[in-house]
Design a binder for this molecule. Structure first.
Ligand code: C5P
Length: 240
């Protein structure tokens, strides 16, 4: 199986035509594409199918969180669609994570293809310690991230989505084979947009990230292809 690309471009567009237009200009040899809730709820699976047909590795970022049977069914549907990466919420608990794992493996085997990379979201980066206390979680956010990453790994998932600030600690705790996928990336001197804590692509890789999710620094650049090429050139010089 060909390795997944280092960079996944976040196609955060309400207009599916805009998302597909950018996808048309990008090269599947240089990046994967991340499809999130906005695009998926607006346009459904068809744009994802078209991206996969064009050869892109697609990260379906829908963060499933429901009872085990429902999450398993959603994971089955995503695997049938042919996505390369998908995610669930680790706080759905052990039975839900195990059901997701089983559904992805079984469906991929039935389809005769490699299983997609199954990730979990630990603690949303929008939540701080006070927010967790309010919903009855006594841990700090950092401790809760570590706890849920350990549960994710124990349930046999491939890795977690995490902030670059968490990457170093998670790499140390979870070992070299656990995938760390990191958003919140900004190029040196670039504006942070609404991201509070940002890290450069090379720093994220040095800290242990395997894949980077990058949206606006590419999608809003005057020349998105040039921005991606610059990032890839930088990353090719970095060894984790
Ligand atoms: O435009 P930007 O590079 O900030 O986009 C980052 C992408 O990663 C967006 O799709 C955003 O929803 C997602 N994301 C994030 N922070 C997280 C998890 C996901 O920015 N903690």
């Amino acid at each position: 199986m060909t390795p997944l690309p280092r960079v996944f471009v976040a196609l955060d567009f309400a207009d599916p035509q805009a998302a597909l237009a950018l996808a048309e200009r990008l090269d599947p040899a240089h990046c994967g594409l991340k499809v999130g809730k906005e695009l998926f709820v607006t346009a459904g699976p068809e744009p994802v199918r078209r991206m996969i047909e064009r050869g892109f590795a697609v990260f379906l970022d829908l963060k499933f969180h429901d009872i085990p049977n429902t999450v398993a069914s959603a994971c089955t549907a995503a695997t049938r669609l042919g996505v390369a990466m998908l995610n669930v919420h680790a706080s759905g608990g052990r039975a839900m994570l195990a059901a997701a794992r089983e559904a992805v493996e079984r469906t991929a085997a039935e389809a005769g293809r490699a299983a997609p990379c199954l990730l979990a979201v630990t603690v949303l980066t929008s939540l701080g310690d006070d927010d967790l206390a309010e919903i009855g979680v006594a841990n700090t956010a950092a401790a809760q991230v570590r706890r849920l990453a350990a549960l994710t790994q124990a349930c046999g998932l491939d890795g977690v989505v995490c902030s670059a600030q968490e990457a170093r600690a998670l790499r140390a705790a979870c070992g070299p084979d656990f995938k760390l996928v990191t958003p919140g990336i900004r190029l040196t001197d670039a504006k942070a947009d609404d991201q509070v804590r940002v890290v450069t692509p090379e720093q994220a890789i040095r800290d242990g990230a395997d894949h980077l999710v990058i949206g606006r620094p590419i999608t809003q650049a005057a020349d998105p292809l040039a921005a991606l090429a610059t990032i890839n050139a930088t990353l090719s010089r970095v060894r984790a």
